[in-house]
Design a protein around this ligand. Structure first.
Ligand code: KE4
Length: 431
């Protein structure tokens, strides 16, 4: 059956549901949180993409982060075309993988050795297994509201009581698989200190989004990250920064550069693939040496370091290293959030926004949240009305009140101003 090229979003969605659960290959795309019909994208260019009805949108998800240089950047497309013409995959090492590893180690100094994989889930799952293998400990700490992909031991919500071990958030995950996962409140130094007092010598690792982007955007406090760093060092636990989203997004060196905290392992993804499926995990060489074929921690992947994805990633990494790239990206994001905040104020709508590098959060709440519980107090219904008013106006925000937004280098002043003009009308609908 040929790829449907002309139809309506509704018709495509109905057809997709016949052969794919929920009609999508990743749940958030189904618009279940905001309601309505997902838009089936046919093409993208720079800050825009077009749906099956040829409606143009200013895109603020950018494939959930990867499209930081803009969609279909000529240099990236050319690199992919040239690599593809040399063959799509070999199952054998290539020089491009060495270049990619060297580039990542150069840009993220805490990474002495790195392994390429095909998704952020694989990166964090592998980092966890490595931390457990290297420390010979089983317990891990994660934080409510942080998402690290869908590996079993990370699909966990806080236990019934504080500091109790987690309960699965997904069917199909046996209690046994999460009994070693402790879920704490994001930004709670007290809970971290108590967890390490109770079980410090049993904790293999702490995994955290150093800038949370999966409960909307929530910044970690410096005290929180500093406490995490010193407690892990004190107790011989491994500190894992999940920078799949924040890496190369909030700064060239990621959140670890912004906060001046050195993790032991880092997970990367999204931007390092420029939109093609590549992710990575890496860090201290004395930990990475536990990985097969050197050590006893097994990890593998047929398409890991795939030459075409590496070509897309290398091309993207070269572009973001251009002088002034992050200064300009950060300025555009700030212009967006300042403009939205002013528009909401003029409409009398309780609203706040935060901008960090090329990432932003929008909150229908009086102030920027500092925790998962504060995010949950936001007005989701108002967000949903705003989301659809913006979508109708040709501005595509993340289809959930609990997701961050992303700006690309192609979101120039005219694009930001067009977005703010749409928001002035959308806030009127929300008021
Ligand atoms: P993937 O397995 O989806 O490539 O990466 C998982 C992951 C790991 N760590 C962090 C910090 C992440 O943000 C993600 C994935 N991010 C979501 C966006 N909220 C991907 C969107 C989706 O699930 O479709």
């Amino acid at each position: 059956m040929s790829t449907p090229t002309s139809s309506t979003n509704d018709a495509l969605f109905a057809r997709a549901q016949l052969t794919t659960p929920g009609g999508v290959n990743s749940p958030v795309r189904a618009f279940r949180s905001v309601g309505g019909t997902p838009r089936f994208i046919t093409r993208a260019q720079g800050p825009y993409f077009w749906d099956a009805e040829d409606k143009r949108y200013i895109d603020y998800i950018g494939s959930w982060g990867p499209a930081i240089v803009g969609h279909a950047h000529p240099a990236v497309v050319q690199a992919v075309q040239e690599a593809a013409a040399r063959g799509l995959s070999f199952g054998a090492p290539t020089a491009g993988e060495i270049e990619m590893a060297e580039e990542i180690c150069k840009l993220v100094p805490s990474i002495e050795q790195v392994r390429l994989v095909s998704s952020g889930t694989e990166a964090t799952m592998s980092a966890l297994r490595l931390a457990r293998g290297a420390t010979k400990r089983d317990k891990i700490i994660k934080f409510e509201g942080c998402y690290h992909g869908h590996a079993d031991s990370l699909l966990v919500k806080a236990g019934s009581g504080l500091l109790t071990f987690g309960n699965p958030t997904s069917a199909g995950v046996p209690e046994d698989f999460v009994k070693h996962t402790l879920v704490l409140d994001y930004n709670s130094v007290e809970q971290l200190e108590e967890a390490f007092r109770n079980a410090g010598d049993e904790i293999a690792c702490v995994i955290v989004e150093p800038v949370a982007g999966n409960m909307n955007l929530v910044r970690a406090t410096p005290e929180f990250l500093q406490a995490m760093r010193s407690l892990c060092s004190m107790h011989g636990a491994i500190l894992i920064f999940d920078e799949v989203m924040s890496g190369f997004r909030v700064a060239l060196g990621g959140a670890q550069e912004l906060n001046g905290i050195t993790p032991d392992l880092t997970a990367l993804g999204k931007i390092i693939g420029g939109g093609l499926p590549v992710a990575a995990f890496g860090g201290r060489a004395d930990i990475m040496k536990h990985l097969a074929p050197l050590g006893s921690v097994y990890q593998a992947g047929t398409l890991s370091g795939n030459p075409v994805t590496v070509a897309a990633g290398l091309s993207t990494l070269r572009i973001i290293q251009q002088p002034g790239f992050y200064e300009s990206l950060g300025a555009q994001t700030k212009k967006l959030t300042d403009g939205l905040t002013a528009a909401a104020k003029a409409a009398g709508v309780p609203f706040a926004a935060d901008a960090l590098g090329g990432m932003f959060g929008l909150y229908f709440a009086p102030q920027v949240p500092a925790s998962y519980s504060e995010v949950m107090q936001g007005d989701k219904e108002r967000f949903n009305v705003f989301f659809h008013a913006m979508l109708d106006a040709g501005v595509y925000l993340a289809p959930s009140a609990y997701e961050a937004g992303f700006v690309s280098a192609q979101h120039d002043d005219a694009i930001i101003e067009e977005t703010i003009a749409a928001a002035r009308k959308a806030f009127a609908a929300v008021a």
